[in-house]
Design a protein around this ligand. Structure first.
Ligand code: HMG
Ligand code: MG
Length: 298
């Protein structure tokens, strides 16, 4: 059964901006986040407490969260390890997201750890976060294909994903990091998780639109009953450590489709479009989203 209500988990300020070549000022990042919250997006992932040398674009994470103050406390931030958690705790943040890899190669490239070693990094991070009362989301990347290893077997993704979730996460986001997934594969992957005992309510889908499949994949996941979708305003995004990763599913494209299906999101589409047009002026290039282009002209 298709859901009647969907939660959009906005990742533009994090997944979007982590991949930008130019430097975006802290002030613009803060305004971007505030505008997205004001547009009715219920969850806005704000930044990453990763190593600043690994992702210099988000090296100002603490400044961004300090500038947001009280209004930023409830926004999730990416945290890979205990050092990242310490930085988030110092600022009184309440939600973190860890990010694991379903493949050996990407674990090495993105986390400097083997597939198994990544759990040794996440386990104490999640335990300490939970003990401090924080909510933890877990991402698993390369759920469909990996640029170095090719197609990734469903059993492998389910094994890693369940292991990450069972560390104590409240939600598991299934990442199509390089956008190679197709609708049938989405159905089969969700089926694999359900067969392994996971509830659809504990899963979120994280589509990148590299091959133009993100909306079709979303429709497939809706038919499986998934109610949380990650998206990025204007379709910004990509992962600096994944060859060929491009933008996320654009929030506007997602809202347009869900509005058409009569599925409630609480998001003000015009407000997101104007935010993306404003952001595009700071990035110096137009949004790749078809819906932004169409609505910005009308
Ligand atoms: P490492 O070099 O193995 O780190 O990197 P380490 O544990 O050996 O520590 C080395 C030094 O770094 C130490 O300092 C630590 O304190 C420091 P020293 O003692 O030498 O002075 N350090 C830190 N400093 C600040 N913040 C930290 C931190 N951690 C260690 N958090 C590490 C391992 C995980 C840190 C590194 O690989 C890293 O930062 N990786 C992040 C890569 C990343 O952000 N990728 C993009 C996000 S994932 C994504 O986009 C996919 C997703 O969207 C879903 C999808 O699309 O599939 C989520
Ligand atoms: Mg991503």
């Amino acid at each position: 059964m298709m859901p009647t209500k969907v939660t959009i988990y906005e990742v533009g300020p994090r997944d979007g901006l982590q991949n930008e070549k130019g430097v975006i000022s802290t002030e613009v990042k803060v305004e971007f986040i505030q505008r997205l919250v004001a547009a009715g997006l219920p969850v806005v992932e704000a930044t990453s407490f990763v190593h600043p040398r690994w992702v210099p674009q988000l090296a100002d994470a603490a400044d961004v969260m300090t500038a947001l103050g009280e209004s930023g406390r409830g926004l999730p931030v990416l945290v890979p390890n205990e050092r990242g958690l310490d930085r988030a705790l110092e600022l009184g943040l309440q939600h973190i997201a860890i990010f694991g890899s379903a493949t050996e190669t990407f674990a090495q490239k993105n986390l400097n750890r083997s597939l198994d070693e990544q759990f040794a990094m996440f386990e104490p991070t999640v335990t300490r976060a939970r003990d401090a009362g924080l909510d933890v989301r877990a991402y698993v990347s390369m759920c469909f294909g990996d640029p170095w290893e090719g197609a990734v077997p469903i059993d492998q993704v389910v094994g890693v994903g369940k292991r990450l979730f069972d560390l104590g996460a409240s939600q598991l986001s299934l990442g199509d990091t390089i956008g190679v997934g197709t609708a049938g594969h989405v159905k089969d992957l969700i089926g694999g998780f359900v067969a392994a005992g996971m509830r659809v309510d504990d899963l979120a889908m994280h589509f990148h639109d590299t091959y133009g499949q993100a909306l079709a994949n979303t429709f497939s996941a809706l038919q499986e009953g998934i109610t949380t979708y990650d998206a990025s305003a204007g379709g910004l995004g990509g992962c600096p450590y994944a060859k060929s990763a491009t933008g996320n599913l654009a929030t506007e494209d997602l809202v347009w489709m869900l509005d058409g299906l009569g599925i409630e999101t609480g998001v003000d589409l015009d407000a997101v479009v104007s935010t993306s047009v404003w952001m595009a002026s700071h990035l110096g290039r137009p949004s790749p989203s078809a819906v932004v282009r169409a609505l910005a002209q009308s």
